[in-house]
Design a protein around this ligand. Structure first.
Ligand code: 4NP
Length: 157
């Protein structure tokens, strides 16, 4: 079982989309049972809220329903619950590394773009301040990247 937690800032745009795309590709590769996937934010501004409407809408274009997800802030307990905590940008990774000083859990902390070959980005671009086209662009990147990430986890198993 691959226990994976995706982290962004608000947990209403990038990480719920990533969670949805990873689940989608796990299902397409008939390996949904091999993955336990969740997402959270380093910030708490949107805790309890559904994903941004634009994120819900672009995911639906791929046949992915993320509307039932609710934002939450990462806690120190997540370092024990998850084997892989994956930051979507370098700022998120800095925050996670700072938090990890307070736990002896030995989960892996990584930057999403470093886990796959030729991702085409370093940080997953944050579409929050952008337009609908920015949500479409990041969805396309996440679609490709999550397909590659499922393949990597299945290969490494
Ligand atoms: P996310 O995008 O980290 O991809 O969920 C953001 C959502 C909200 C805020 C920033 C980024 N915010 O500042 O409220």
């Amino acid at each position: 079982m691959n226990n994976i937690l995706f982290i962004c800032l608000g947990n209403i745009c990038r990480s719920p989309l990533t969670e949805g795309f990873l689940r989608h590709h796990a299902r397409l590769s008939h390996s949904a049972d091999d993955f336990n996937i969740d997402s959270a934010g380093t910030g708490n501004w949107h805790s309890g809220k559904p994903p941004d409407k634009r994120a819900i809408s672009v995911a639906a274009d791929y046949g992915i329903d993320i509307s039932a997800l609710r934002a939450r802030q990462i806690t120190i307990l997540d370092f024990d619950r998850f084997q892989h905590i994956i930051a979507l940008d370098r700022e998120n990774l800095i925050d996670l590394k700072r938090m990890s000083r307070d736990t002896s859990a030995n989960c892996s902390l990584s930057l999403f773009s470093e886990l796959i070959d030729n991702p085409g980005f370093v940080d997953v671009p944050d579409p929050w301040y952008g337009s609908y086209a920015d949500f479409e662009a990041v969805s396309q990147q996440l679609d490709n990247a999550c397909k590659a990430l499922v393949e990597k986890f299945l290969r490494d198993d």
